[in-house]
Unconditional design. Sequence first.
Length: 245
Amino acid sequence: MTARIAVVTGASSGIGRASARRLAAEGFEVICAARRTDRIAELAEEIGGRAVTCDVTSAADVAALAEAAGDRVDVLVANAGGALGTDPVATANLDDWRRMYDTNVIGATATIQALLPALINAHGVVITIGSTAGLVAYEGGGGYCGVKAAVHSMMQSLRLEIFDQPVRICEIDPGMVKSDEFALVRMGGDAAAAEKVYAGVANPLTQDDIADAVAWIATRAEYVNVDQLVIRPRAQAANHKVFRQ
């Protein structure tokens, strides 16, 4: 039998890496795509997958990823992205905003465009990793909330536009996830500031929790579309309301 192919972008850390491992455990041959070649090469060796160096903001890299994936892709996890900074809108670093839009929105869309024919061929599924930040805005989140809202709108439009095609369009919107790099990158490498994000929260979500959701969606029957799955830790009633001990 032909191996089922899963492509995971942003696979060098966090939710992407956890999702690659989880899909491999489900029997998929996973193409691990990210900018950091050494990390994805190590991951691919660990899980019996393939590593493809890919910056989703590079058209050439995305085209090379699609070529490497071939003409049948069962799962695309469009995960590459992230947050930069917590500045208010009035003083926001617009270079950071441009980087977030290029990666989270344009990069995700470009990846979906490039792999969509192979996904349709395989009756596959697109899974984007969004965020509850894209559903409700908060202070200091104008840039990140904006990009994740754009991803949410893009997925809604895509689902309507290709409703007659055999491909599922699914979105996961996590709340507070304590992954290995998300907050650290957002805070510019300030470990103390990153740790404060989770201060007093007994059990924030982990990247493995989101990877479990990815695998669950990926292994549903092809007629089952999980339009949107919002996942929060129990301690987080809303983005602005978190129980801290």
